[in-house]
Every structure is written in structure tokens, then in C-alpha cells.
Design a binder for this molecule. Structure first.
Ligand code: FE2
Ligand code: FE2
Length: 195
């Protein structure tokens, strides 16, 4: 992957604010990868690319994903907030020849999903806790992320579900699945839940 080419594309296609967020995610992903013995450079690249399609129109996103998927659910297809992840994965594949780990990590960075790979968890978490994020509860997840990434994801998915319900919006099933899967399959998390 060509770092300069990616950086040029990001500078041309993202607002200054989004670009700063992107660098924050890439750097946080690298730090998390270090702690969890993942490929730091690859995590940095996935962080750089994760929001590559965020500022496209809904129609552009739909056009990009139609070249790769024919069976996306209606909820994802009609929401920019959800579809930018899928479009980002597809666009990154077309432009920068990413591997499957990076593709999946970008694809699921907004909703999460059941049984995520460690690499996907790292990008999901880096997006949630990067230094520019400032919302109630982020500090707790930020600390937890470097100690037990599963617990941190359970917490963050829970926060997202509550926040989405409070706004009267539909929760994507992948987010519920991500949380349930970890609760059911992580002994530490299950014990923690009983407290
Ligand atoms: Fe995103
Ligand atoms: Fe993001």
C-alpha cells in the first residue's frame, strides 16, 4: 500500500475535521495493535482508510457498494451513517488493493458484528476512543480498551444501543449481535456483567 497516495486521497476527499479524526484513529489503532500483538502498520493503514467514503453523498455510496454487494439490508442501504463503512471498504479495495483483514475492519467499524477478529475489534475501538472523541463515558472505555478490548466493546456497543434508542432510531442488529456474542463467549465479561 502506498502511504503517500492514501494521504493525498484523504486530503482531497475529507474535511479538515474528518482528516484529524482519521489520523487519530490510525494512531490509536497502532497503539492498540501494539498492546494486543497485532500488525501495527496494518492497523495504522486500516485506521487511515476507515472513513474514506464518509463525505460522499448517499447516492455515491450506493453506487460504490452496488459494484460489490447485491444483498445489503435496507437499513444499511438507506443510512449514510451505516453505509459509509461498506462504501469505505469497497472504495479502499478498488483504490488501494487492501487485504481481507482491512476490508472487514472497515466494513464493520460502525456497527461491529458477532465474532469479530482481533484486527476488526481494534479498528472498531480506535474509532470509538480516538483522542478527539469527547462524550459521556468515553474515558471509561478509553482506559478499558487497553486492558480488555472485549469488555470495552461490550461497553461501547451498550452505549451506542442506549444512545440510538434514546434518539428514537433503529439499532442495527450487528451491534446487538456484537455485544451479545462477547457477553456469551467471554468469561471475564460474563463475570463482570453479574457484578
Ligand atoms: Fe466511520
Ligand atoms: Fe471514524
Amino acid at each position: 500500500m502506498n502511504f503517500d497516495k492514501i494521504l493525498d486521497y484523504l486530503k482531497e476527499n475529507l474535511s479538515e475535521e474528518r482528516f484529524k479524526h482519521t489520523i487519530g484513529v490510525a494512531e490509536t489503532a497502532k497503539e492498540l495493535a501494539k498492546v494486543y500483538n497485532c500488525d501495527c502498520e496494518k492497523a495504522y493503514f486500516a485506521g487511515l482508510l476507515h472513513d474514506i467514503a464518509k463525505e460522499k453523498s448517499l447516492e455515491e455510496m450506493q453506487d460504490i457498494v452496488s459494484r460489490h454487494f447485491s444483498d445489503l439490508d435496507e437499513m444499511t442501504l438507506t443510512s449514510k451513517a451505516l453505509l459509509h463503512s461498506v462504501a469505505g471498504a469497497c472504495l479502499s479495495k478498488e483504490l488501494f488493493d487492501i487485504d481481507n483483514d482491512i476490508f472487514d475492519a472497515i466494513l464493520y467499524h460502525t456497527t461491529g458484528k458477532a465474532d469479530m477478529s482481533l484486527f476488526t475489534k481494534i479498528i472498531y475501538m480506535a474509532d470509538y476512543i480516538e483522542p478527539m472523541r469527547d462524550f459521556l463515558g468515553v474515558e471509561e472505555v478509553r482506559k478499558l480498551a487497553f486492558k480488555d478490548i472485549d469488555l470495552a466493546i461490550i461497553k461501547s456497543c451498550g452505549n451506542v444501543i442506549i444512545h440510538t434508542v434514546n434518539k428514537g432510531q433503529a439499532v442495527h442488529p450487528n451491534t446487538v449481535d456484537a455485544r451479545n456474542y462477547l457477553l456469551m463467549n467471554n468469561r471475564g465479561a460474563a463475570e463482570n456483567g453479574k457484578k
